[in-house]
Design a binder for this molecule. Structure first.
Ligand code: GLN
Length: 308
């Protein structure tokens, strides 16, 4: 495998830039409508200590669905995989959009932890007497995984999520009615809205991806942040469900376990090698960053790494 170089990142960035005009920022969350769609950033952190960035890698954006990875890791730590996957959420991809409600009526258990219904059920399983306690635990864990003390809540995005979150409310109440959601619906939803509204940078999510790639250990501090088995489960789910109904095409094009968010970020974990964070708020019709996918595709080819 050729080593990753700054020149490769700059080339990936230039290639990614040519795609931004093909996408739109998420229109259904008012805060995201007004984000500059031409921003593009990339960051790579390797297990042996290389850290490279290019473009808008330090620009803050909202983490959105990438937070579902953190919620899942915490719920796995709190409750174990048996409890979580037998009773709360499945392990199967869907061909439906991330906020779809259609299968909840026939199948009850949300298909996987990365669609909204699944993530809300996962939030329900996180330990904490109140929503605030759950969120504080999640937030501290989130900071550790990102290797950053600079994580904060984007108040404007949070208000936006709350104002326009009726589809997520419908999912949560449906889950409650079928006994798939533990605890208070409003408090769980609030944790969900908050976690989606956390500000991160491409560098932060590259670090999160690096911990997943490094089997749960932060190579910078040497600290184990999650069980190796949990990191493995999460990487597998990132391959099958991380890019929603675009996961199949993405596996063919890129093939790294990855998780996207409608803020424009994608966290990509290459086992034992590196974490990559890409950012570009212009999205395709499935809610995945167009420039982000293009940059990952470019790097996969340039580094000649194919998982499949
Ligand atoms: N906050 C967003 C929502 O719930 C997250 C979705 C996403 O990033 N795909 O709709």
């Amino acid at each position: 495998m050729p080593n990753i170089t700054q020149a490769m990142l700059e080339e990936a960035l230039a290639y990614g830039r040519t795609f931004t005009s093909q996408g739109k920022t998420a229109q259904y969350i008012p805060y995201l409508r007004h984000v500059d769609r031409d921003l593009v950033g990339i960051s790579v952190q390797t297990a042996d200590g290389q850290r490279l960035s290019a473009g808008d890698a330090q620009t803050r954006f909202t983490v959105q669905s990438i937070a579902k990875v953190v919620a899942l890791a915490l719920a796995l730590q709190d409750r174990g995989e048996k409890y979580l996957f037998s009773g709360r959420v499945g392990l199967e991809p869907t061909g439906d959009p991330f906020n779809s409600i259609i299968r909840l009526e026939t199948d009850k258990k949300p298909y996987n932890p990365f669609i909204n219904a699944g993530a809300i059920a996962v939030v329900g399983a996180i330990k904490g007497r109140t929503g605030t306690e759950k969120f504080e635990r999640l937030f501290r864990f989130f900071e550790k995984l990102c290797g950053s003390k600079g994580i904060s809540l984007c108040g404007e995005a949070y208000l936006s999520e709350r104002e326009t979150g009726d589809k997520n409310r419908a999912l949560a109440y449906h889950l409650k009615a079928t006994k798939m959601l533990e605890g208070d619906v409003g408090e769980n939803l609030d944790v969900y809205f908050r976690m989606c509204s956390l500000y991160v940078t491409a560098e932060d999510i590259a670090h999160l991806a690096l911990v997943l790639a490094n089997r749960g250990v932060d190579p910078v501090t040497g600290e184990r942040l999650m069980a190796a088995e949990h990191a493995r489960i999460i990487r597998a789910l990132m391959v099958t469900c991380g890019m929603y109904e675009g996961s199949g095409e993405f596996a063919v094009k890129v093939g790294f376990p990855s998780k996207s968010g409608v803020g424009g970020g994608i966290a990509s974990a290459m086992l034992d090698r590196m974490g990559i964070g890409v950012f570009g708020p212009a999205l395709d019709g499935r809610g995945n960053s167009v420039a982000g996918i293009a940059m990952l595709e470019y790097l996969a080819k340039a580094m000649d790494i194919r998982l499949f």
